[in-house]
Write a protein that binds this ligand. Structure first.
Ligand SMILES: Cc1cc2nc3c(=O)[nH]c(=O)nc-3n(C[C@H](O)[C@H](O)[C@H](O)COP(=O)(O)OP(=O)(O)OC[C@H]3O[C@@H](n4cnc5c(N)ncnc54)[C@H](O)[C@@H]3O)c2cc1C
Length: 486
């Protein structure tokens, strides 16, 4: 992704070399994304249908959370708007008022994405016809290895040189302390002005050579292992990811055209590897297609994402578990920031400062959002979940929860990837309840408010009936050649 984007935007001004090792390979998990990925592909001028065909991709309208708040309870973090704001006051205040009186539907009845997702329908609808209401907002599920291969070809066509070699050493400039060159195992030496460390968890340049330091967030996000396995396609092709809470972690289910991706993220202090594997396999809805693959990680981020003449991107920069599909997004926005602040001339200190400020804020807000899913649970009597419910929170998250509890207020900084509708769905879905709503709501007569809610719901529900199934849409527009999506 980094080489492709740099080549596309800054290509003629840069000589870009990618070094990767087929001996080591890539981590190869990471199949669910959020809607902004479409902008990245657009920037590369990649055709969406072609991309889906080549990566066995499907559409994603949200993430369903099962058993998180308590066993038997399900909600969705659907992308896109919920309802429609009136005046300065967000929609949910009106809804909360009527919901308390029993005259409104569920929060998700006002989400076009949710209704389409639950009926397994999809089409590229930008607006609901003849209304001011937005259409669907989508991301993708895709095979990460196929995407990497697709972009590798793309980058090489744009002039990027690729070396398959093992980096055996990193040379620092004795005076400045900057990275000067990479030494390959075959004796080659590669000098450069600037390095992007995409070496995964190893952080070969940013950590092993520059010793940047890592902020460990295990006390807030204690899951530290995962076990992943693909399984055969089964059932209708659902346009959403499913995240099911288990006894000491959770399991993902990601439907692709040719198979389903599954994995169990868990906390090794609360369960064993054997038990994690057993639960994963027991919860598959079809035959496993490979031996389950174990992975280990430490949640957190580098203290700096740009240190000296090295920027780290991807797993080299840190790790947040895939609960909200944020890793590939973090790669994308870090690339975007690097392009905007690129050190093409002169002093770079201010650019480096701004880069680190924004990147750190962004990581920290996502961390808070993910913690919320764990913290606000009512799975009483289960040691892992009891510990999560009783953990001390980061101040920034405590503040967000309290604001919502006081008067249903949700306020998000620009670096906060997840904005009002995302926080609302997870706060509400995880059982956090406000004590009051905004007073402006009272200035609309109850029957007008009820009519407004009823109309919104009716328009959304009618619009969903016009959509084809996702399977039909894919078969018509972007089916991978070897697959039938039906
Ligand atoms: C369990 C799990 C589930 C995930 N699910 C999602 C998800 O649903 N959505 C999402 O957005 N993200 C997800 N991610 C994250 C996603 O997998 C990564 O962000 C993405 O794959 C990018 O990885 P990377 O390129 O940073 O690292 P890697 O894939 O590990 O690549 C590292 C590269 O560095 C090279 N390298 C390393 N050392 C050397 C060396 N010494 N010499 C030469 N080359 C070297 C390797 O060959 C490789 O090419 C998940 C991660 C995990 C662990």
């Amino acid at each position: 992704m980094t080489a492709a984007a740099l080549a596309r935007v800054l290509g003629p001004r840069l000589t870009i070399t990618v070094v990767e090792s087929s001996e080591i390979g890539i981590i190869g998990v990471g199949e669910a994304t959020i809607p902004a990925i479409a902008q990245f592909n657009k920037m590369l001028r990649i055709d969406e249908d072609d991309f889906l065909r080549r990566t066995q991709g499907t559409f994603k309208l949200g993430i369903e959370f099962t058993d998180w708040y308590r066993r038997g309870h399900t909600y969705m973090h659907a992308f896109g708007p919920i309802g429609r704001d009136l005046a300065y006051v967000p929609f949910h205040h009106y809804w909360l008022r009527d919901q308390a009186q029993g005259t409104a539907g569920s929060l998700w009845d006002y989400s076009f994405n949710w209704l389409a997702a639950k009926q397994a329908r999809f089409s590229r609808v930008e607006r609901i016809a003849d209304t001011p209401l937005a259409g669907l907002t989508w991301a993708f599920h895709f095979d990460a290895s196929l995407y990497a291969a697709y972009l590798a070809g793309f980058a090489q066509d744009m002039g990027v040189r690729r070396i398959d070699g093992l980096i055996a050493g990193v040379q620092l400039d004795p005076e400045s302390g900057d990275v000067r060159a990479l030494k390959l195992a075959d004796g080659r030496e590669l000098a450069a002005d600037f390095f992007v460390d995409c070496t995964g968890f190893r952080g070969l340049l940013i950590e092993q050579a520059l010793q940047t330091g890592y902020e460990n967030w295990s006390h807030w996000l204690p899951c530290d292992r995962a076990i992943a396995v693909p399984s055969a396609r089964s059932g209708p092709l659902l346009p959403y990811t499913r995240a099911t809470a288990l006894e000491a972690g959770w399991q993902w289910r990601i439907p692709l055209q040719h198979r389903t991706g599954n994995g169990h993220v868990y906390c090794s202090a609360h369960t064993s590897d054997e038990r994690a594997r057993e639960l994963l396999l027991a919860n598959l809805d079809s035959q496993p297609l490979a031996e389950p693959r174990p992975l280990r990680f430490t949640t957190g981020r580098r203290r700096l994402l740009w240190n000296r003449n090295v920027v780290c991107i991807g797993l080299a920069s840190g790790f947040l578990e895939p609960l909200e599909s944020t890793s590939i997004h973090l790669i994308q926005v870090t690339i975007q920031r690097l392009i905007l602040l690129f050190p093409h001339h002169g002093e770079v200190e201010e650019r480096r400062r701004e880069f680190n400020r924004a990147a750190i804020a962004e990581y920290d807000y996502i961390r808070d959002f993910i913690i919320l899913h764990y913290y606000a649970n009512e799975r009483q009597g289960e040691p892992f979940w009891d510990a999560c419910r009783n953990m001390p929170l980061p101040d920034s998250l405590r503040h967000k929860i309290e604001l919502f509890r006081e008067t249903a207020g949700i306020f998000c900084a620009t670096e906060d990837l997840f904005q009002l509708n995302s926080w609302l769905q997870v706060l509400w879905g995880q059982g956090v309840r406000p004590r009051a709503t905004h007073p402006f709501v009272e200035s609309i007569a109850p029957h007008d408010r009820a009519g407004y809610l009823r109309d919104l719901r009716g328009l959304i529900s009618q619009a969903v009936q016009q959509l084809p199934s996702q399977a039909d849409f894919i078969a018509r527009h972007c089916a991978a050649h070897s697959t039938s999506a039906a």
